[in-house]
Design a protein around this ligand. Structure first.
Ligand code: ADP
Length: 797
């Protein structure tokens, strides 16, 4: 709203205003301030011009006009730079200052409109008319006054610029115009706002404007205080803790308990001294403790350092259990825990004997137990620890792809921890435990780094006396640890690691062995675990055989243990609820406990068939039967291989075919047969990994059978690699393969002649019931496996 509009409005509202007569009065110009009627204001008057005006007033009736300058700059004020509305005032008390200035109290009496300026020198003088205003009263005025008063109250409460007494003072004003004037004098209103209000002659309008401005002020103050309190809350939280901590300290000091932080630090120092650390480690740790002492308790670094120091303190730097190598006792422990495993136990005892003789000087080789799951690798490790009186810890390496899992993360990472080796040592609590690293064949390398290098350092006796973990930063001595590793297969162990280890193979158990283990070890253990006595639950040999044969299919005894546990659980329940006193589980009862049998005993073919031969394969979980099927179709010559065969097995199939072709005439295969027939070789059963050369003779047998129409004896199983000239080459995993053949009900087992030497190591149990025939040439295989005579009455050459 411009000033001109204002004047317009004032004229419009002239109803409320009565015009007074004009008078000529001295003018005191005001710099940056406005004086309202009904207000006493002390003014310091310094300018010559103003002092002259004041003197003139004092000489007359003490009346002056106070008019604000539009912009106050120069010493002498020109009439043009003054507003057209001012305030009539009476001069009250005056003081003359030593510097010549005058201090005067001026009482505003009424608004005054300038009619004309009558003089400029020696002081300003103007003809003015006083504007007297009637006090309007109506519901609206009342309501507006209340609103303004309550706004003002909030404003005073929130703002800092006015004392609380301003509120009752304002309440005492009963004229709307005066109320507006009084509030406009609050420090938060600007000079321009005040001048605008001075020039507004309608009291109601003044009040409206004040209401508007107050509203804005209150809003500003509210936002301000909200921001403030939010900031405050944030600050308070962190300060609160600080104050509380300080208070706690003060209280404890008062009670004579000393500074708690200092106490913690000195406790830590003591612990470090007593931790048996090597000197350099101790020094390092103490340095960290000192850093801790210097940091304020609230520093985020404190937790990091604390954690680090705690780790250092928790490690068994000097804690050793004495070795008690009594070989007789060790043998007893091994026998007590395990059935059979004669050669394995002997190797372990030899290992201990060497340790005993060589003592500390000996760098212990790393034992590696290789065999299918559940054959007792872990429990052998435990027994070794028990026999030596050492602690036992184990850690699985399966799926580890990151060096940091072994060696830890640097402390700079958030949440960093030492690697698993150091964690294992902490769990062991001694520096010379038996430390089992499981599944070393499942360690992998990828972009996150190769854990093999770290493992090598762990296992290498030349290096592991100062194993470095990224987190610890100080070396840890692993040289007193007996490391034992386990693996399912040898070939996937990184060669560098394999070279360091002494491999002990544990191939798997025969049915008879499993029954013995179940009876002598697994059942007693499950009885104890279920709170049963040997009288309360008995399993006959028959039932155990049935469990092994029809409910499990594995090289080890894990599932046997699980099934025995299932029976124990059910019997324990029957005994607990009183429905039985004791149970004898016979062969015929097994089904009622475990449900229908899961594996058909004797997976051998049911009939003698053409084009189908049975082989035995070795898998990481023991031996298994595989079937090779061959069929021929008229058409373009082709060799189709299916059944997800590995590359070596495919080559083996091609070799078998080439051999058969080269001997076509002798074998009685019609000439020209291969030119117009496609041959399909299929190996069913998807789950069994099918690779390796040992199915060579099985493929050749199936091929010849398909091409000649002679059936293959179903009770014959075979294994052996084939050369192009039909020679049979040796294979691995003989014991597992025989076990598989035996439990499948095979009668005749054909194996490479060159594997004869391995037979000595195979227990009689495994050989029982099998006619084992070593063969050196495929012709021998065909002779035994194929029924009937060769096509044209010829015998294979
Ligand atoms: P692995 O580590 O080879 O997978 P475990 O050591 O876990 O096998 O053996 C599985 C279970 O079978 C354990 O309870 C173990 O005690 C038992 N066990 C395995 N072999 C034998 C054995 N020869 N004599 C007694 N218990 C055995």
């Amino acid at each position: 709203m411009t000033r001109t509009d204002l004047h317009q409005e004032q004229e419009d509202s002239a109803m409320a205003v009565t015009q007074a007569e004009t008078t000529v009065l001295p003018v005191i110009p005001l710099r940056d301030t406005v004086v309202f009627p009904n207000m006493a204001v002390p003014l310091r008057i310094g300018r010559q011009q103003s002092r002259a005006a004041l003197d003139a007033a004092l000489a007359g009736n003490r009346q002056v006009v106070l008019i604000a300058e539009k912009d106050s700059q120069g010493q002498d004020v020109k009439t043009e730079s003054l507003f057209a509305v001012g305030t009539l005032a009476e001069v009250g008390q005056i003081w003359r200052m030593p510097d010549g200035d005058v201090q005067a109290v001026l009482h505003g009496t009424a608004r005054a409109r300038v009619v004309e300026f009558t003089q400029q020198e020696p002081y300003l003088e103007a003809r003015v008319e006083a504007v007297s205003e009637a006090a309007p009263s109506s519901i609206e005025v009342e309501a507006l006054m209340r609103t303004v008063l309550s706004q003002f109250e909030t404003y005073v409460a929130l703002g800092k610029s006015l004392p609380q007494e301003a509120v009752p003072a304002a309440r005492n004003i009963d004229e709307p115009g005066r109320l507006a004037d009084a509030i406009a004098f609050s420090p938060d209103f600007t000079f321009e706002q005040r001048e605008e209000l001075l020039e507004t002659f309608d009291p109601l309008e003044r009040l409206r404007r004040i209401a508007l401005w107050l509203g804005k002020q209150v809003e500003l103050l509210e936002i301000g205080s909200r921001i403030q309190s939010e900031v405050q809350r944030g600050v308070e939280k962190s300060q609160r803790e600080y104050y509380l901590r300080e208070q706690l300290k003060a209280i404890q000091r008062e009670l004579g308990e000393g500074d708690p932080e200092a106490a913690v630090v000195s406790q830590l120092r003591e612990k470090v001294e007593g931790a048996g650390m090597p000197d350099d480690v101790k020094e390092r740790t103490l340095r960290e403790v000192e850093r801790l002492a210097q940091l304020p308790a609230a520093s985020p670094e404190v937790a990091v350092i604390r954690n680090y120091v705690d780790w250092l303190l928790a490690l068994p730097w000097s804690n050793l259990t004495p070795d008690n190598i009594d070989l007789k006792e060790a043998a007893r422990v091994l026998d007590e825990d395990h059935y059979g495993l004669r050669t394995v136990k002997e190797r372990i005892l030899e290992y201990m004997a060497v340790r005993k003789l060589a003592g500390e000087k000996m760098r212990s080789p790393i034992l590696c137990f290789v065999g299918p799951p559940g054959v007792g690798k872990t429990s052998l490790g435990r027994s070794i620890a028990r026999a030596l009186g050492r602690k036992f810890v184990r850690m699985s390496l399966g799926g580890i792809r990151d060096e940091a899992e072994i060696r830890g993360h640097r402390r700079t990472y958030v949440g960093a921890l030492p690697g698993r080796v150091v964690q294992g040592m902490r769990n062991a609590g001694t520096r010379n435990p038996v430390f089992m690293l499981d599944e070393i064949d499942k360690v992998g390398a990828d972009f996150r780094g190769d854990p093999t290098a770290a493992l090598l350092e762990v296992l290498d006796p030349e290096q592991n006396f100062s194993f470095s973990d990224h987190y610890l930063e100080v070396p840890f001595d692993l040289s007193k640890v007996i490391f034992i590793t386990t693996a399912n297969v040898l070939d996937t162990i990184p060669p560098a690691l394999r070279d360091r280890m002494e491999v002990i193979a544990i191939p798997g158990y025969t049915e008879e062995e499993k029954v013995r283990i179940a009876k002598g070890f697994l059942l007693p253990r499950q009885l104890t675990a279920h709170g049963l006595s040997a009288e309360q639950l008995r399993l006959t040999d028959g039932s155990l055989h049935k469990i092994v044969r029809e409910y499990t299919k594995e090289a080890g005894v894990r599932n046997v243990e699980r099934e025995v546990a299932a029976i124990a659980r059910k019997v324990a329940r029957q005994i607990a609820d009183g429905s039985a006193k004791s149970k004898v589980v016979r062969e015929k009862d097994v089904e009622s406990y475990l449900g229908p049998s899961r594996f058909a005993f004797g997976a051998a073919e049911e009939r003698d068939e053409v084009g189908v031969a049975t082989g035995v394969a070795w898998t990481p979980v023991g031996g298994d039967l595989i079937t090779v099927e061959v069929t021929t179709m008229e058409g373009k010559p082709d060799l189709i291989l299916t059944g997800q065969l590995g590359e070596v097995m495919r080559e083996s199939a091609r070799a078998a075919l080439s051999y058969t072709r080269s001997r076509a005439a002798q074998l009685g295969i019609p000439s020209g047969f291969f030119e117009n027939h496609a041959i399909h070789v299929h190996v069913p059963a998807g789950a069994v990994p099918k690779d390796g050369p040992s199915a060579g003779i099985t493929m050749a047998t199936a091929l010849v059978s398909a091409l000649t129409g002679r059936a293959v004896r179903r009770d014959v199983a075979m294994t052996g690699e084939i050369t192009l000239r039909g020679r049979v080459l040796p294979i691995g995993g003989l014991k597992e393969k025989m076990l598989a053949a035996q439990s499948a009900g095979i009668k005749t087992f054909l194996m490479p002649g060159q594997n004869r030497k391995d037979l000595a190591e195979i227990p009689a149990q495994v050989k029982k019931g099998l006619e084992i025939v070593p063969v050196d040439h495929v012709e021998q295989v065909l002779e035994i496996a194929l029924l009937g005579r060769f096509g044209r009455g010829e015998k294979a050459a």
